[in-house]
Design a protein around this ligand. Structure first.
Ligand code: GLP
Length: 263
């Protein structure tokens, strides 16, 4: 696992955006580059950087197919807290060459959630899998909406949200946890770890425990993000604030190893 520690959120975002752009630009296969994407406050800086690079002609999305991690069950596209709305508002609508037909987001208004999830997995497979899945994590270490104790081999499916997650996410719903949908559709941990590369953004003091569990804890379904330890292409991009619970030697190790790689 690589852990790339940057001074602050802005530098973390710039680093991650440049990494993703490099991977898209290097992609020479005779099929689209398949990119997995998250919502939340963590990726907003990456999206801003990618939009700027796209407008400057530094990266094209013309040959990129995207799959989002998750969607609330029961929120229509036009609801300003649906992840469909978030992704268009914060990213897709600002790209100059993203093809709408290449955007994939789980349909939270489906009347057959299981069929919708099976369709999503099949569509990912039809492209030959995901090249790079960018993610964020919750304060309890949930990756997508895979709450603690979700199987580390789970696939796309319906997830019940914990009260904790509904309270944390209520900041977007007028601070009322009851307004946060109780269920979501989400890719599974197995869906994410099947990707060739996984890049997870971890920023801020409130994620410090989760970062330590991801990097230093044992692999455990209690912290679903810890599954990344078993992935051969996992990168954590984080900021200094998120490093507060790492052991000093862990912190020094990653600064050391990443510095050598940059030289
Ligand atoms: C939600 C999303 C996750 C996201 C998490 C953290 O629960 N389902 O995919 O990673 O929030 O969000 P934030 O980046 O705002 O802290």
């Amino acid at each position: 696992m690589r852990v790339v520690i940057q001074d602050n959120y802005d530098k973390m975002s710039k680093w991650a955006a440049e990494y993703i752009a490099k991977k898209i630009n290097e992609h020479k296969e005779d099929r689209p580059f398949v990119l997995g994407l998250p919502t939340g406050s963590s990726p907003i800086g990456v999206y801003r950087n990618l939009i700027e690079m796209n407008k400057e002609g530094k990266v094209s999305f013309a040959n990129v197919v995207t799959f989002n991690m998750d969607e609330y069950l029961g929120l229509p596209h036009e609801h300003d807290q649906s992840y469909w709305y978030f992704m268009h508002d914060n990213f897709f609508d600002h790209l100059v060459d993203m093809k709408p037909e290449n955007i994939n987001i789980l349909n939270g208004m489906t009347d057959d959630p299981e069929a919708e999830c099976a369709r999503y997995e099949a569509k990912i497979a039809s492209y030959g899998g995901i090249d790079l899945f960018m993610g964020g994590i919750g304060v309890d270490g949930h990756l997508a909406f895979n709450e603690p104790y979700t199987s580390l081999s789970s696939r796309t499916g319906v997830r019940n949200l914990t009260t904790d997650t509904r309270i944390v996410n209520s900041r977007f719903f007028g601070n009322d946890p009851e307004k946060v949908p109780a269920q979501a559709l989400s890719v599974g941990i197995g869906t994410v770890t099947d990707s060739k590369e996984v890049l997870v953004l971890i920023s801020g003091h409130n994620k410090a425990r989760a970062l330590a569990a991801t990097v230093e804890g044992g692999v455990s379904q209690k912290w679903t993000c810890s599954a990344l330890q078993m992935h051969n292409g996992a990168i954590i991009a984080c900021d200094e604030e998120a490093c507060g619970e790492l052991m000093v030697d862990t912190y020094k190790y990653f600064l050391d190893i990443e510095r050598k790689e940059r030289l």
